[in-house]
Design a protein around this ligand. Sequence first.
Ligand code: GLC
Length: 817
Amino acid sequence: MARRTYLPRMAVLALLAWISNAPAAWQTVGSVVAVQQGADGTEFSTRSGARVRVALVAPDVVRVRMSPSGTFERDFSYAVATPPQALPLRVDGNAAGEKIVLRGADGGGVRVEITTRPDFSIQVYAGDGQPILSDDPQRPMAFDATDGAVEISERRDAHELYYGFGEKALPVSRHGQYMTMWNSDTPGYTPGLDPIYQSIPFFIALRDGKSYGVFLDNTYRSYFDMGKTEPSRYTFGANGGELDYYVFTGGRERAPANVLRAYTALTGRAPLPPLWALAYQQSRYSYTPDTKVREIAQTFRDKRIPADVIYLDIGYMDGYRIFTWSPHDFPDPKKLLDDLHAQGFHVVTIVDPGVKRDENFSIYRAGKDFYVHTAAGDELHAAVWPGMCAFPDFTHPQARAWFGSLYAGFLDTGVDGFWNDMNEPGVFVPPESTQPVLVHDPMKTFPLDARHDGDGEPGTHARYHNVYGMQMARATFEGVSKLRPQQRPFVLTRAGYAGVQRYSAVWTGDNDATWDHLALSMPMLTGLSVSGVPFVGADIGGFNATPSAELYTRWMQAAALTPMMRTHSAIDTEPREPWTYGEPYESIARAAIELRYRLLPYLYTLFADEVQSGFPPLRPLWFEYPRDVAASQVGDQYLLGKDLLVAPVVHAGQTKRRVYFPRGDEWIDWWSGAHFSGGKAVEVAAPLDRLPLFVRAGAALPTSPVAQNVAEAAKLPLILTIALGADGGGHVYQDAGDGHGAAETIAVELRGDRVHIERPATAHFRRVEALEFVGLARVPRTVRVAGKAIDAAFDVTTHRVRVPLPPAGNVDVVVER
Ligand code: GLC
């Protein structure tokens, strides 16, 4: 399938000139000549004519804008969900002095110091009085008037680490890296390749246990040199537009969680997904014809391997025309989908942006007013799967509305969710190609001078490239929401920009069936998580090539507790279903999926929490343990919420592995009940059939008996899994699993040996039937439920005790150990 090809030389030369940041005409902003207080912040006119505006937009968020021309653009951003309002500032000093100090009038503690000469420069002090961001006087804020580039450099402490930057095929901390933000279709990307599909110019810095964050809201190609060129500084900038960045000071504690809360308050949070989308998903490029889809669905049910979702990749269409069905392979899609629904499956279809240029294709004709145009004003055409296509301009509100309305037919047929691919946008080169090529080139997209509407800020593709995919996902999300207001849309996108989480889940594109890629999936997914994108997954087994039985099995385990769990594989690979490799692999894959179904109530609760807090369900260790230096660069383990520690095996032939237990907590082996104290790395057994999994002492997690799909699970009672050993607790969020109806919360408190459960008086959802205590050393002396001693069975292999609960109401359970 893969084939190499070369771009014309001129294009390459033009591109190189564009991406090289040739320091042709950099000019620093120069000294401050005037200071003005406006409604949107404090403005500094500089000797170069550039203007800088500094504003406090939340008690712990500073916004800096620099316009090289001196005139600010309309304040419009695709990333921002809630437009920030400037808070009142106290300004001490003026242009004649050397320093001007800005303070929030609310006493939040953030202080911004402006040095007026020889060049305007900023220092931001956090609420604790510590400097967090200091412009490097060696490299003042600058712009290039000839090509519009903008840049700023900050002084860097040698020990400062950086996380986030969206989807990066890089280790967990991105210090010492140079990263580019330019959405790129990069099939089979190797670890280290940059950029890939998504652009999220946001990071969280960590030093001495304290954090701050920076978000560069600029949709042009941008870059971050995090101490690679010069360890004592980091630099970020963009090829055009304003320098427009936010500094999140992290509040008084300077906790990473505060930074992410503030960033997601600005750029929005992911809505609660439909429950089915969190369950196991099976995909393939492509399951065709319809009989194959039926066979796959039936095999899941026959083998009793839980699954909720089947994907239809491009093969279902008629000549790859979007919103059509192949009359030959899918003659009766409605019947197919009805039957799949009856078996408890949901169906997701792929929908790419390219609309086949075919005058006989009604959608192509209907879209005439909505396509991207070339600089010369013609409809832009490029080749993708259907051959020559036109492309909706998703930065045009009417184009989005039109495209969104196209989902009506598929929804009526019974399609449940939508997968937007190729939306970097990626195109085939040369245009005669009928297959994508493996060459990784940032110009495998529209010409940079193509025209976009930009929601009323018309501009070039160079400006809007990075938001094209996100705006496609938005068109899908908004279209489906409008057509099915009683349901929660499920959208999956490959490309995105900051704020993409408001519309869509994200998967990490065309990874490879290698152990390296399995290992890479963890820093990639946690990196996305801490960039505000909580609903993420990687293709299990690796998209390209065929994994060994062992690799697929380990990947199933590793992905079992990631937010999205989906097997997907390329057209030219061997079949890839949980049963493909026979025994013992089939049983181990089933067990991994069953583990997910057991923990779905916990995952769902975490997603409900995320809507409130912005904290992602999937967390890197440092996020919860910022003061634990040993946790700061752990990339082969993850946390699900704060209570589960997952340490997958990511090397061939390994049957044990070292696990680092974060400091300050006690951890209990999920399977054996063994205890581990935090702050140490310990080698644990990891035979092929075991995913090393640990629960934090003090946790109370909602779990479920295994069901074959979420509809079946809804009929079963819940179990609360309790890890005694520290005070704490947890809660359970429940609702109908879709739609926007009522919700219910059960709260659990752990104090010593006592568990207190608060259950709503009228339970509308799954009731809690029992408690299951993990990690008990021996048979408890007594177990009392609501004051009454009961006999509770102790399992000697798992060290668990199950305690049945009365049907309703608040209740106390005491386990004397
Ligand atoms: C792209 C996608 C992949 C999909 C294929 C065919 O390569 O990344 O997931 O299967 O296109 O649609």
